[in-house]
Design a protein around this ligand. Structure first.
Ligand code: HEM
Length: 399
């Protein structure tokens, strides 16, 4: 207090001009502080925009020059891409003994969407499925959080605005002025994402333009940290599940029918989901045997035992049509969106006739893998319906 009074005394000793200069100095300092805070806020707003619409030419430039931590997916263009001859992923992920495990491999954003010569045929089919089964194929859960529209828009902008045009520039183009153009379908869709119909329109466009099924999850607090809930999806090739019934569920609830999931995988999956950071992409594979090549198969492929029917009845040799039977492989990826921090899960389905597996010289290896499905208990073999096809498929693969 004494110091303040001394200061005032000293001021009074100065001429009025000196006091005026001091006041001016204070005003200038205050103005500079306000200006600094304003710039900071303004910069943050621009950063937010740059994060969301990275593909906009001017903002991309801004993001690169002004913002060091902005996220741009690591997309490498496919050289000399020819959709007519582009090979199908040849993964054969079966092993002699089945072990239920996370089976996670490290990937990149180049693995999230995969395109081969089947793209025109499969996307045409997806368009039809989306029309015939609107709710099963694309929807938003009724209790999804308010921000789900932003999450869907971010997914759309990332896939249609970044991944497709950067990886396959001869097929896709995207700009704010001209929209997203798919030269295979000949269609142009809005860009950035349409926010109509609660995000359902954006999900439909996603479902029609990629072969991957896309499941969008957001975190909710759980007893040991966040757990993830399925909030929205674009799913045309479901195997043994109705996406509509899984929406709003946690990982534990979704995987309830999967034998051993809760005991062996649940806590690792939850921990892994919490840990995955923007920029990391995880990939994993599933495989199954199917008796027909139907891609849209929500009611088939899995078996849920009841006391009355503990195993599915076996089919006879006469009922078995080897030309229809397949190895069904799923390539899955998981990645975190940079802006909303939601998780995106993709499932890409490959159907390979068993005759082709035999032609590749892998008939006996696949027969071994089918027998090894019960390596850790018969439940997984039952879930995969081996009781129905085991004998006839084994015999065919070894013949
Ligand atoms: C690291 C993460 C994950 C692991 C290890 C995992 C593992 C599995 C396994 C082993 C199956 C049994 C499939 C089979 O062999 O036929 C399965 C089924 C399934 N998974 Fe996952 N999964 C993961 C993530 C997810 C996510 C993120 C979703 C969806 C948001 C999902 C949705 C499903 C569905 C719908 C089924 C079918 C369940 C049924 O029969 O009703 N999974 N999962």
């Amino acid at each position: 207090m004494d110091a303040v009074l001394d200061f005032v005394d000293q001021l009074e000793a100065y001429s009025p001009v000196s006091v005026w200069v001091l006041e001016l100095l204070i005003v200038v300092i205050v103005l500079r502080v306000i200006f600094f805070l304003h710039t900071l806020l303004d910069l943050n707003t621009a950063r937010e925009r740059a994060r969301v619409y990275l593909n906009r030419e001017n903002e991309l430039k801004y993001a690169i020059t002004e913002k060091k931590d902005v996220f741009i997916p690591d997309i490498v263009p496919v050289p000399n891409f020819d959709i007519k001859t582009a090979p199908v992923n040849p993964a054969r992920p079966f092993k002699p003994k089945f072990h239920l495990s996370m089976g996670i491999q490290k990937g990149t954003h180049n693995d999230v969407i995969l395109i081969d010569h089947l793209y025109p045929k499969h996307t045409a089919l997806r368009k039809q499925l989306v029309r015939d089964h609107p709710r099963v194929t694309h929807d938003v859960h009724k209790d999804a959080p308010e921000g789900i529209l932003d999450v869907i828009a971010e997914t759309y902008d990332m896939i249609l605005g970044q991944i497709l045009p950067k990886r396959w520039p001869t097929i896709f183009s995207c700009s704010v002025e001209k929209g997203f153009h798919n030269s295979i379908s000949g269609e142009t869709c809005p860009f950035p994402a349409p926010r109509t119909n609660g995000g359902i329109d954006a999900l439909r466009i996603l479902a029609e333009n990629v072969e991957e099924d896309i499941l969008i999850m957001t975190p909710v607090p759980g007893p040991d940290g966040d757990i993830y809930v399925l909030q929205a999806y674009a799913v045309c090739f479901p195997s043994g599940y109705f996406p509509t019934l899984k929406a709003g569920m946690t990982m534990e609830e979704i995987h309830k029918p999967v034998p051993g999931f809760k005991q062996k995988l649940q806590s690792s999956v939850d921990r892994y989901f919490r840990k995955i950071s923007t920029g990391n992409v995880m990939r994993r594979w599933n495989w199954a045997i199917t008796l027909d090549p139907t891609l849209f198969n929500p009611g088939g492929n899995h078996f849920y035992p009841t006391p009355e029917q503990p195993t599915p009845p076996p089919i006879t040799k006469e009922e078995f049509d080897p030309d229809q039977a397949n190895l069904r492989v799923e390539h899955q990826t998981l990645s975190r969106l940079p802006e909303s921090q939601a998780l995106i899960f993709t499932m890409r389905t490959y159907i390979t006739p068993l005759s082709q597996i035999k032609a590749e010289g892998l008939g006996a290896a696949l027969a071994d893998a089918c027998e090894g499905l019960d390596a850790n208990g018969k439940e997984m073999a039952e879930y995969k319906r081996r009781g129905e096809w085991g004998e006839v498929v084994g015999e065919y693969l070894r013949s």
